[in-house]
Design a protein around this ligand. Structure first.
Ligand code: FES
Length: 104
């Protein structure tokens, strides 16, 4: 779900639609929006799983402080998706525990 016309912030400005890959699936997003916003709009709520108990985590503070939203982005783990803007062709992966660096 997206808010296209906010009563205080106004309407959603025209932004370029791009595609990003999330766990192997392509989703549409708006260039420059936070990755987390694109995921939520696509119905994705789980961004990572905890190390010890494998519990799901998602958006919590939404301002880059809590690290609940970290994911692996373009092979780099621990990226805070609530403050990282979408770029065309990004590869986003659900992270488990501390994440693993992928060789590029
Ligand atoms: S939701 Fe807290 S850092 Fe992203």
């Amino acid at each position: 779900m997206r808010i296209y016309d906010h009563p205080i912030l106004g309407g959603l400005r025209e932004k370029r639609k791009v595609s990003i890959e999330v766990d192997g699936e392509i989703i549409e997003a708006y260039e420059g929006e936070p990755i987390a916003a694109a995921l939520l709009a696509a119905g994705i709520r789980t961004f990572r799983h905890t190390l010890r108990e494998n519990k799901p985590r998602g958006l919590f503070c939404a301002i880059g402080r809590c690290t609940d939203c970290v994911m692996t982005v373009d092979g780099i783990p621990n990226i805070r998706t609530c403050v990282t803007p979408v770029r065309e062709g990004m590869r986003v992966e659900t992270q488990v525990g501390l994440g693993k660096w992928r060789r590029i």
